[in-house]
Every structure is written in C-alpha cells, then in structure tokens.
Design a protein. Structure first.
Length: 80
C-alpha cells in the first residue's frame, strides 16, 4: 500500500500471478466406470464432483512429486 492506502503496482502483478497464471481450473467428465485421469502440476487442489442428481462434493487432493497419485472419491448415496 502506498501513503494513500492504494495498492502498489506489485500488488496487481502478484494478484494476477496467484489468481490467474498459477491457478488451475479444469473440467472433465468420468467414463462409464466413474474413473477419470488428469495431469496437473504438483500442489494442493480441491476436486469438486457434481453427480447427475445434483449433489456437489468437494475433496482435497495433493499431487506429489515422484509418487503414484491416485485417489478414490465416494459421493455418499450415489452409486454405492
């Protein structure tokens, strides 16, 4: 912030990096078995699942370097 409490130019640059350049937003659909593969950079993610009946569930996922990154997410009351 400057003397008049306005953001400095570096604020706008950092905001763009964090909220646009470095942010990953992807969308995909599972296959007939309910499986999905994706490639992302290492880091922490929120996986949002939308079931056909409108249920929305959010799960954390941490993509780690040199590991077999596989998860199983279960939406209670749907297909189980």
């Amino acid at each position: 912030m400057d003397q008049e409490y306005r953001p400095k130019p570096v604020y706008h640059m950092l905001d763009k990096l964090i909220n646009q350049t470095w942010k990953t937003t992807s969308s995909a659909q599972t296959d007939d078995r309910g499986t999905l593969s994706f490639r992302e950079v290492w880091g922490k993610y929120e996986i949002t699942l939308n079931s056909p009946d409108g249920k929305i569930c959010v799960f954390p996922a941490h993509v780690r370097r040199n590991e077999d990154n596989k998860w199983v997410f279960t939406v209670e009351g749907y297909g189980n």
